[in-house]
Design a binder for this molecule. Structure first.
Ligand SMILES: [Zn+2]
Ligand SMILES: [Zn+2]
Length: 347
């Protein structure tokens, strides 16, 4: 047996990763093998690693917010070559099913997942790769997936220039939503978040106001800030159904609310339908992840100072500690670096 091995963080039980040698993933004809430079711990990874999310269960290797260098290409790969610097989407759609033919590729019936990137190597379809432009670091590019989700969320919230935007929550995606909304010209931009660290970060990244829901009356403060009109665009980010009631209460007439968090099956919320229709005529949207956002996100990435969201860069050997640190809600983005040397020197 002459199987090539690699070091990987193998998720074998809730809240536990074993950093071990496993066989390198196999390469299909349309796949590329990526030497992982950086892989961010997504808020979803931290949540999924608890085993709470029924669709993703151990054993497997997690990690999808990654960048790296192509070291091998499948026989049918046409757009990429060995040595190319790429950032990747985790999912590839089939292009053949009903969902794909109707423009809902993110609901493809035959989605193929890339292998997890908390490892030295990951295998992904070339369709899921984006070239990293010259001058952009691997670290910066590892924010591609998160940025694409944030752009989609802001678009689903229908954020408009000169109109007020509120983000409920202050995690790393919420912070990017605030930055993107502000750059789109929303005003005022408000972050509603109980953690002082996260409120400070929101101010540093350009929020006009922050509100602490544990000590302030959010509804009254929003009224004061907006002359009684309320917020035009609201994003719910932490996944708390009570926030949806709050969003409706602080919404202006004809506002749009986007629910951008993970909600488990059976999660319900209370809506005052009179308020929703007759009083305000609100629009409630949801967003997950659109496959169309990645190229645009790569074009946009240089405009976002994503390094300000990096709390720590940790080696693969410290994956368990890094996950524990990410689950502590004071953190923004812990990034895993599987190799000891500086990826910027890779040739
Ligand atoms: Zn993610
Ligand atoms: Zn499909």
């Amino acid at each position: 047996m002459n199987e090539k091995m690699m070091k990987a963080g193998y998720w074998d039980a809730p809240n536990h990763m074993e950093v071990i040698q496993i066989p390198q993933p196999e390469l299909g004809p349309e796949d590329v093998k990526v030497k992982v430079a950086y892989c961010g711990i997504c808020e979803n990874d931290a949540w999924m690693s608890t085993g709470e999310f029924f669709e993703v269960q151990p054993p497997r290797v997690l990690g999808h917010e990654f960048s790296g260098m192509i070291v091998e290409t499948g026989s049918a790969v046409t757009e990429y070559k060995v040595g190319d610097r790429v950032a990747c989407n985790m999912q590839v759609f089939c292009g053949k099913c009903w969902a794909c033919h109707n423009g809902f590729e993110h609901f493809c019936r035959h989605i193929v997942q890339a292998t997890g990137a908390f490892a030295e190597y990951a295998v992904v379809s070339e369709k899921a790769c984006e070239h990293i432009p010259d001058g952009m670091s691997y670290l910066h590019a590892s924010f591609l997936e998160l940025t694409s989700a944030a752009i989609y969320s802001v678009e689903r919230a229908e954020v408009k220039t000169g109109r007020g935007m509120a983000v409920i929550g202050g995690g790393s995606k919420a912070q990017l939503e605030l930055v993107i909304g502000r750059q789109k010209g929303a005003y005022p931009v408000i972050c509603i978040e109980p953690s002082e660290v996260k409120r400070k970060k929101a101010l540093e990244l350009g929020a006009d106001y922050v509100i602490d829901p544990t000590t302030e009356d959010v509804r009254e403060v929003v009224k004061c800030i907006t002359n009684g009109h309320g917020m035009d665009n609201i994003i719910e980010s932490p996944g708390d159904p009570k926030n949806i009631t709050l969003a409706c209460d602080i919404a202006a007439t004809c506002a749009t609310i986007n629910l951008a968090a993970n909600y488990l099956p059976g999660t319900t919320c209370t809506l005052d339908l009179w308020q929703l229709r007759a009083l305000k005529q609100l629009r409630i949207h949801t967003s997950i992840q659109s496959p169309y956002m990645f190229q645009r996100a790569m074009t946009y990435l240089p405009r976002v100072d994503v390094e300000k969201l990096v709390t720590a860069i940790r080696p693969l050997d410290e994956l368990n500690e890094a996950f524990a640190q990410q689950r502590d809600h004071e953190e923004f983005k812990i990034v895993i670096k599987p190799w000891d040397d500086d990826p910027e020197t890779w040739k």
